[in-house]
Design a protein around this ligand. Structure first.
Ligand SMILES: [Zn+2]
Length: 572
């Protein structure tokens, strides 16, 4: 019930959710628009025939209609729209996406009263379970008339008995109501923690706002999500992916519970997306168990776990990324390496042995070099000992800032840069301050990398950035944000071509997950995962790219999302 209500709230405004099967014939015939295959042998076809979740034939409509059973097939008319191989998000966080959808969305609220009203409406529609907390995110007092931090009073008045915690838009402050503060034992004598502040009134009482490290005084009392909530989060995330035109996700940090729940949903035919999981290397016990057991390669490609996620450093915005030289705007600071080189090497050795891929988060040039060095040493050791010489496809997640001499090493070592183009457009306003005019040349250097002959696995890093492959595509080809800033693009010479930008959302993440023989490119035998847009991304003028809209998502031959038609006047 809760789910039904949530889905209603989330999707009723813009879409018709629900699936249509392929009919009694078990066949689906798609035609009536442009079909982009990304297959060099036949870049475009007129029609596709889908049988048991795979493409069984493609070509002209006449050719496809001549296939056995084609005349009885269920028809899917593209109505002049454009079908692409199903888009893959090559780096995102499944449960994080879903958990965000289980919180009150406070983005765009124009007053504190509006915030409280949204929370009230959410709670009416999603009754709080016994012992549950109401969580929300996205308020920004700069958008309110008074432009001041709120106090808990209004929120506490509306919710005297239920704890409520609302995060500021940047996540660096929370607003807690009285009940939440009581449960957390906050009183006048609670001290400000190191690196955090409790805002107080004249009498020294907490006003409800907790900044930075003070947030944990409240947040550590929020009960951990139970299986029910995690399953809700997975379902909501899967629906959000389908709605965004995505048929698969590489989950950059999947825990055992999420793997189990995804498998249960997949077995019941209710997952509706493909999940390629990276096991967090920080959880030593879980990692040891996976390495002992070996990868889980799902023959149906729905839930596959054959990767390990490590972290080499932090992020550039907070100056946690490990640089070879000082930050240009913070002399003496070179950021932090968070995992010793020996540990990366050790995990790499064991992963090769057990048949896992290693995916290491590295943002700064020092972190990237350290990871490439560790991978190289592990590959050499495997070769020298006569061990698995193979096709390891180790990845560097983000690969944001690279020393020029390290750029060719990805190709030389067979390491895949896994990059999120929206990070470039988000970081552009300050990246050059951090890095300086010289070093910034090796940042978000997609063109320089592609020119060495590598592929780039594209992703969004949602919920850090928006779950929107069209936004990733726009950033990839224009190097501008949603407002078209900066004019002409940020170091536009590093942009991708439109073809590359499509590949980095489909065929290249498929390769980065060892799935290129069945995902990412359309050819007979590949899985019937498709994204349908109302526009041709290969030709749409740059300023209009963000207006392209997902009209249908087809997963395994089933239509899992279909947008409500636009009013006639709005059609181009
Ligand atoms: Zn991430």
């Amino acid at each position: 019930m809760l789910r039904a209500l949530l889905l209603l709230v989330l999707f009723v405004s813009c879409s018709v959710s629900g699936r249509t099967g392929v009919g009694s014939s078990g066949l689906l015939l798609i035609s009536g628009g442009t079909i982009v295959t990304l297959n060099d042998a036949r870049p475009e076809v007129e029609a596709l025939l889908v049988r048991e979740g795979r493409i069984s034939a493609m070509g002209t409509l006449e050719q496809v209609l001549a296939e056995p059973g084609a005349l009885e097939a269920e028809r899917f008319d593209l109505k002049g729209e454009v079908l692409y191989p199903g888009f893959v998000d090559g780096h995102a966080h499944l449960v994080g996406i879903g958990m965000n959808l289980l919180q009150v969305d406070l983005m765009g609220t124009s007053s504190y009263q509006a915030v409280v009203q949204r929370v009230e409406r959410f709670v009416e529609q999603n009754p709080v379970a016994e012992g549950g907390w109401v969580m929300g995110r996205g308020w920004d007092q700069n958008d309110w008339p008074e432009q001041r931090f709120p106090t808990h009073n209004l929120l506490s008045l509306a919710f005297p008995d239920v704890p409520v915690v609302l995060s500021r838009v940047d996540g660096h402050a929370i607003l807690a109501n009285r009940k939440a503060m009581d449960l957390a034992g906050i009183n006048r004598s609670t001290a400000d923690p190191e690196g955090g502040a409790i805002l107080r009134d004249r009498q020294g009482r907490a006003t409800g706002v907790f900044i930075d490290n003070a947030e944990s005084l409240i947040l550590r009392h929020v009960p951990a999500a139970d299986d029910f909530q995690v399953e809700q989060a997975i379902r909501l995330a899967a629906e959000a992916l389908q709605k965004a035109g995505l048929t698969a996700i590489h989950d950059a940090g999947i825990d055992q519970r999420t793997v189990d729940l995804c498998m249960q949903l997949a077995a019941r035919g209710e997952l509706g997306i493909r999940v390629y999981g990276m096991v967090p290397g920080s959880n030593t016990a879980q990692l040891d168990a996976w390495l002992a057991r070996g990868p889980q390669i799902d023959p149906t490609d729905q839930v596959t776990v054959r990767a390990i996620k490590l972290y080499a450093d932090g992020a550039l915005g907070s100056r946690g990324a490990a640089l070879l030289e000082d930050y240009s705007d913070d002399p003496g600071n070179r950021g932090l390496l968070v995992t010793p080189a020996e540990r990366i090497r050790e995990v790499a050795d064991r992963a090769i042995e057990a048949g896992f891929q290693v995916c290491t988060h590295a943002i700064g040039d020092r972190a990237n070099r350290q990871v490439l060095d560790a991978y190289e040493a592990a590959f050499e050791a495997a070769r020298a000992s006569g061990g698995n010489p193979g096709d390891h496809r180790f990845r560097v997640e983000h690969a944001q800032v690279l020393s020029p001499q390290d750029i060719p090493r990805f190709r030389q070592l067979g390491v895949i840069p896994s990059m999120q183009t929206q990070h470039q457009t988000s970081d552009a306003p300050w990246a050059e301050d951090r890095l300086g005019a010289q070093r910034v040349r090796g940042a978000y250097a997609w063109r320089s990398l592609l020119d060495t002959g590598v592929v780039i696995c594209g992703g969004s890093d949602a919920p850090v950035e928006v779950l929107d492959p069209i936004a990733s595509f726009r950033a990839a080809v224009t190097r501008t944000d949603a407002e078209g800033w900066p004019d002409g693009g940020w170091f536009a010479e590093e942009a991708m071509t439109r073809r590359e930008a499509l590949l980095h959302l489909s065929a290249w993440p498929a390769y980065a997950a060892f799935q290129e023989d069945r995902l990412g490119v359309l050819r007979p035998g590949t899985r019937a995962d498709f994204t349908v847009l109302d526009a041709d991304l290969r030709a749409l003028p740059e300023p209009e790219l963000d207006q392209a809209r997902v009209t249908a998502t087809i997963f395994n031959g089933e239509v899992v999302f279909r947008a409500r038609p636009r009013p006639r006047a709005a059609l181009r």
